[in-house]
Design a protein around this ligand. Sequence first.
Ligand code: 13P
Ligand code: SF4
Length: 310
Amino acid sequence: MASESLKEEILRLKRERHAVILAHSYQRPEIQDIADFVGDSLALARQAQAAECDVIVFCGVHFMAETACILNPARTVLLPDLEAACSLEQSCPAEELEKFLEENRERNFYVVAYVNCSIGVKALADVIVTSGNSRRIIETAPESRPILFVPDKNLGAWTAAQTGREMVLWDGACHVHRRFTAEQVRQARAAHPQAQVVCHPECGPEVRALADHVCSTEKMIGYCRESACGSFIIVTETGILHRLRALVPGKEFIPVAGGAASCTECGYMKLNTLEKLRDCLRDMAPVVKLDEALRLRAEKPLLRMLELSK
Ligand code: 13P
Ligand code: SF4
């Protein structure tokens, strides 16, 4: 539990720097509690784009802070720990995607990139999607071109099934979500037969097949709130449980693997701490810096996504 003085110091520095603190739903509870806004990748991108303060402190992973910087280059974007990476991003290096597109030039792929990717990959994409809007965006993809979906084969396969559009899938996956197993879901159901299973589309096909509902972190909140059911087995990173319990009071939320941190936490997301949040506001570092030519290329497909998901 953080001392009151640390929280007060963060709030004082935030005022002095004219900063806004944005946090992803997988952040530590104490970071979610001090943030001005908590959300999924899509909501955070929108917030970052609209931010009018001088400084955006992005409590999430690097590609999210980078996205904030692409969409709002006039602000200084701070990331409390620069090492906060993403295994999905790492599963699709921009050079490999460029080589693949070069070698398959005659296929004229319509490149759809999940937002969990580097600026270099975004710059090669026609449009970006998040887990919250992939279905809607794919429905607008030109019928005349084959779709290449990068980097998450699981979100890609789920979206293909939802929309009936065929896609070539990049062989990438999230190390957290690929660890959930069908056996874990069966065991959780046996222990909590009254509960519904809600999972993130980054989970593998065997897990998705056993779920009552598959959706992004943000949509989980609405689904659980509106459902007549009173308890839910949640199959995603455990950080979302803090938000679910706060925003949907009176219902029960059960982490699928019993909350064992070793298999249900994203170590990258958890790198950010209140101390690092204080330090970055105090030192105005680490700052996310981008090459302007690359930023302009990556901005196009991001703006297309925001336009299509209005
Ligand atoms: P959401 O956009 O659903 O928050 O997902 C982001 C993410 O990193 C999932 O692992
Ligand atoms: Fe990336 Fe997976 Fe962590 Fe999400 S949970 S930030 S996809 S490594």
